[in-house]
Design a protein around this ligand. Structure first.
Ligand code: DGL
Length: 287
């Protein structure tokens, strides 16, 4: 593996560009990785897709928290200096709160920045959350929004979306039918702002936009979390070259969807996707 890009610090010491870990159940977190690489060129990305367990959406939150904690641990062992949980369900499970008590390094989650951006965007005070069943059941978006401001919040589970995205489908009759089936209640309720409460859903952005209409503002929490990461690493990022870094990609299951969507969506050749095990029974080890 080649080394990460280095620049001289103002004191003349070599200063590495930040290495940032991002993870998700599958390809969804690539929407976060792309937002990060666009906003913070020069960072080194460690991406893990837990494809052995995708979709997370119908799993118990305790199990998703267990997966997330194992993965966060693995990313820190691999040299991440910060982790962005590119998975709303991990945030809904409270994994970041547990991890923050274990590590000194920062852990960023999506529900806070997404909620703040939605409150800033809404004009009629009616916000729709498009999310997995697990995130909807947790009520995490509703609680976070209520703690930040006043809005009428409609949370809508969209269980058909993740399997479609993992198959590489972002438009066509089946996608349109799944969108109409899931999002009609949000359209009928007159929300003027809809949040991608699952990182897979921005892959369906154009089809969702067509269904909800141009007047509905689509909020992608990824764009807002990267601003927080940018502020955190501001001085080091200022010294980073914008050249491609030695990113690494890990996968617990079939690497094909990650390789395909990584190359297409990130525009990066994913020559090597390294295999990792994320055990269901937490024995605290990823091999
Ligand atoms: N992309 C993830 C999220 O943001 C998980 C989707 C899934 O695996 O169901 O919640």
């Amino acid at each position: 593996m080649s080394s990460s890009p280095m620049e001289a610090s103002p004191t003349g010491e070599a200063m590495e560009c930040p290495t940032i870990g991002v993870f998700d159940s599958g390809v969804g977190g690539l929407t976060v990785a792309r937002a990060m690489l666009e906003a913070l060129p020069g960072i080194r990305l460690l991406y893990l897709a837990d494809t052995a367990h995708v979709p997370y959406g119908g799993r118990p939150l305790s199990q998703v928290q267990d997966f997330a904690l194992q993965i966060i641990d693995f990313l820190f062992v691999q040299g991440a200096e910060a982790v962005i949980m590119g998975c709303n369900m991990s945030a809904a499970s409270g994994a970041h709160t547990v991890a923050e008590s274990r590590y000194d390094q920062p852990i960023f989650e999506l529900i806070g920045p997404g909620s703040q951006a939605a409150l800033a965007a809404t004009r009629n005070g009616r916000i729709g959350i498009m999310a997995t069943q697990g995130t909807v059941n947790s009520g995490a978006y509703g609680r976070t929004l209520a703690s930040l401001g006043e809005a009428e919040v409609l949370e809508q589970a969209c269980p058909a979306f993740v399997p479609l995205v993992e198959q590489g489908r972002s438009d066509g009759p089946e996608v349109e039918e799944a969108i109409a089936c899931a999002l009609t209640p949000l359209r009928d309720a007159g929300v003027d702002t809809a949040v991608f409460g699952c990182t897979h859903y921005p892959f369906l952005r154009e089809s969702i936009r067509q269904f909800l209409g141009e007047d509905v503002t689509l909020v992608d929490p990824a764009e807002h979390v990267v601003q927080r990461v940018k502020r955190h690493f501001a001085s080091r990022l200022a010294a980073c070259p914008a050249s491609a870094s030695a990113h690494r990609f890990f996968c617990s299951g079939d690497p094909e969807s990650l390789r395909r969507e990584g190359e297409r969506f990130l525009g990066l050749p994913l020559m090597q996707v390294e295999h990792v095990d994320v055990p269901v029974e937490n024995c605290g080890i990823i091999v």
